[in-house]
Design a protein around this ligand. Structure first.
Ligand code: PEP
Ligand code: MG
Length: 578
């Protein structure tokens, strides 16, 4: 038994068998062979097994996740069916008496080098595909099992070194009970995906992968940020009892699904959901979301092998708006860059990707991609209550340029006779310059949404994905709170709504402060909505205003503000949520 402390990335408890998401050992000793014929048939057999496996993965991915995610496996099957590639491998076996492993590696490396040297992004992506296919065949040649996340067909706990958003996008959620990872921070995008999928997750564990075998029993305590490897029976019993208690609590919360979100003294707020795809909408509705406060559309782009077309996007946005049935939906234009890259899009190598060419900066530069997305959005606006927001706005001029492009495309569509609806235009406030000049932005926009995940990383100068400095993710730091107050006050001065869609909006310590600061809309992962509604219904907003005033004028630390909140909520007059 061993206990690891990490960073809580998604609440909840899971108990199950580990599934290591690691790089298999495919090393081999180069050797010469004598029997060419049997070496070639060994290669053919490995190729056939790989092909059968890929057909299976392709089919399963198609059924569980959809055609975008399945497409990559088609590309792999195409490589396995390439006669030129394999005739080169076979010639090397025949001419040099090399083993199948040696010949396969040398031919694949040649292809990979050529693809990597090409300027075209699509071709460069082929290098990764060849490397993946080579690994699969090599696994069969060496008798090493590859642990394919797409092939998981029973419930497991994923244990990884570094869980990338692209890995998480391949999971079939119903099979992933929990996740433990050595690297990562609370607001890294894979952590956010875990919360969206409500998978208990602990990251930043540093060296958990090293001690876990496939099948080892693991307990994930996403609430405490703790992982127990190979627990004893007492621990399993204790956690099973906790899971039962959680289930009872969750079923009590379900009574709030259709209730209003208002404080004890009647101050109302909107609780909305953050989503990454149209398939997340059902979850949002089931959890009582009063709207969608953030649709991270870049995942549409990431799950595809090429840029999604206007029509493809239109169908997705329309679907979300129709499913939300008149409730407000805020869709963010693609926030590409940072830790979210597109393999098929040519991107310069950047020293500081989070401070670099990303989000609106990239959209304004590659405006044909931006225009396609805006056209799809404008067409979809006929089907519901749509707001569009732009990510990572630093200057008012960026907003002006984005709005001009929006207006041009809207006019073109109207001239073409396309049906369009009313659209509100807003910005995400995630850059300190925009937070400080919120009053200027308030003259121009219809709403603002505070992206605290980025805002906090820029205010504290602390990479949101780096577990070594995760202590600097400080939502209650008075520096952060003062900026948030400035944004909310600026919105209210101009009579526009102040929203928040960063992770802070669903944080039970931050919510009392945000109620006190007067935030209008809280957008969060669907799983946090009912708990947040229960909390807000237990608060007196007048008390929260005093608490928030104290916090922004405070000369203390984030920790002291947190203690003040906890004390105010439970101090002399303990409250129970209802
Ligand atoms: C944020 O930065 O708070 C936000 C909501 O956007 P993302 O997490 O996608 O960067
Ligand atoms: Mg952001």
């Amino acid at each position: 038994m061993k206990t690891f402390k990490g960073i809580s990335a998604s609440e909840g408890i899971a108990i199950g068998a580990a599934f290591r998401l690691d790089e298999p050992d495919l090393s081999f000793k180069p050797r010469k062979i004598e029997d060419v014929k049997s070496e070639i048939s060994r290669l053919d057999e490995a190729v056939q097994l790989s092909k059968a496996e890929l057909f299976n993965i392709h089919q399963k991915t198609l059924e569980d996740l959809g055609k975008y995610q399945a497409e990559v496996f088609n590309a792999h099957i195409a490589i396995l069916s390439d006669p030129e590639f394999f005739s080169k491998v076979k010639s090397q076996i025949r001419n040099n008496n090399d083993s199948a492993e040696v010949a396969l590696k040398s031919v694949s490396d040649g292809y990979i080098d050529t693809f990597e040297s090409l300027k075209d992004d699509y071709m460069r992506q082929r290098a990764e595909d060849v490397a993946d296919v080579m690994k699969r065949i090599m696994g069969h040649l060496l008798g090493v099992e590859l642990h394919d996340p797409a092939l998981i067909n029973k419930q497991v706990i994923i244990v990884a070194h570094d869980l990338k958003p692209s890995d998480a996008a391949q999971f079939v959620p119903k099979y992933v009970k929990g996740i433990a990872a050595d690297l990562g921070g609370k607001t890294s995008h894979s952590a956010i995906m875990s919360r969206t999928l409500q998978i208990p997750t602990v990251v930043g564990l540093e060296d958990v992968l090293a001690v876990v075998e496939n099948g080892t029993q693991v307990i994930i305590d996403g609430t405490k940020g703790q992982v127990i490897v190979d627990p004893n029976q007492d621990q399993v019993d204790e956690y099973q009892a906790k899971i039962k208690r959680n289930e009872v609590h969750q079923s009590e919360l379900r009574g709030l699904i259709n209730k209003k979100t208002a404080s004890l003294d009647g101050r109302e707020a909107v609780l909305a959901a953050n989503i990454s795809s149209d398939s997340d909408v059902a979850e949002a509705i089931e959890n009582g979301a009063e709207g969608i406060g953030l649709f991270r559309t870049e995942f549409l782009y990431m799950q595809s092998l090429k840029l999604p077309s206007e029509d493809d996007q239109f169908e997705v946005y329309k679907d979300v708006l129709q499913k939300m049935d008149g409730k407000p939906v805020t869709i963010r234009t693609a926030d590409i860059g940072g830790d979210k890259s597109l393999p098929y899009l040519k991107m310069p190598k950047q020293e500081n990707p989070f401070l670099g060419y990303r989000a609106i900066r990239l959209s304004l530069d590659k405006d044909e991609i931006f225009r396609t997305q805006l056209r799809a959005l404008i067409r979809a606006s006929a089907y519901g209550d749509l707001s569009i927001m732009f990510p990572m706005i630093s200057t008012t001029s960026e907003f002006d340029q984005a709005k001009l492009i929006y207006r041009t495309e809207r006019k073109k569509l109207i001239d073409e006779g396309t049906k369009v609806g009313q659209v509100k235009l807003g910005i995400m406030v995630e850059v300190p310059s925009a937070a400080l000049l919120a009053d200027q932005f308030a003259n121009k926009v219809d709403f603002m949404s505070i992206g605290t995940n980025d805002l906090i990383q820029y205010v504290m100068a602390a990479d949101r994905g780096n577990e070594k400095i995760s202590y600097l993710y400080q939502p209650y730091n008075p520096a952060v709170l003062r900026l948030i107050k400035n944004i909310i006050d600026s919105c209210h001065d101009k009579g526009i709504p102040a929203c928040m869609c960063g992770e802070m909006a669903g944080d039970p310590v931050a919510i009392p402060l945000l109620v006190g600061l007067g935030l209008n809309e809280f957008s969060m992962n669907a799983g946090a909505i009912l708990e947040s509604r229960s909390l807000i219904r237990s608060l007196d907003s007048r008390e929260m205003i005093t608490l928030a005033d104290r916090s922004v004028s405070f000369y203390g630390s984030s920790e002291e503000v947190k203690n003040d909140v906890t004390h105010t909520l439970s101090g002399d007059n303990p409250k129970t949520y209802k």
